[in-house]
Design a protein. Structure first.
Length: 99
């Protein structure tokens, strides 16, 4: 099915979500920290002055709103600002109570 990225800093929640997604037939990559996720998704290498961008390792990203160092909204902004990830489908999944 799909390669799902899961950006969640709470490993209990991440493992639970990953188990459910894997049971549905998806492959899951868990990212515990926003910077780790951004490094994995926003990569480019300059070979012979041609910009080479490998395929994204995931088809969709599920992310939490409350993360260490960088909020989920800021991760969204970084991904949308980068041409390689601007059209990556995103799902926010959070236990944050509404304001």
């Amino acid at each position: 099915m799909a390669q799902v990225g899961l950006l969640e800093d709470n490993m209990r929640i991440a493992r639970l979500c990953a188990t459910m997604l894997q049971y549905a037939g998806h492959d899951v990559t868990i990212y515990e920290h926003p910077r780790e996720c951004l490094r994995a998704l926003i990569t480019s290498h300059d070979y012979s002055q041609q910009l080479y961008r490998p395929a994204l390792p995931i088809d969709i990203l599920m992310l939490d709103l409350h993360l260490p160092d960088i909020s989920g909204i800021d991760v969204l902004r970084y991904l949308r600002a980068h041409p390689h990830t601007k059209s990556l489908p995103l799902i926010f999944c959070t236990a944050a109570p509404p304001n």
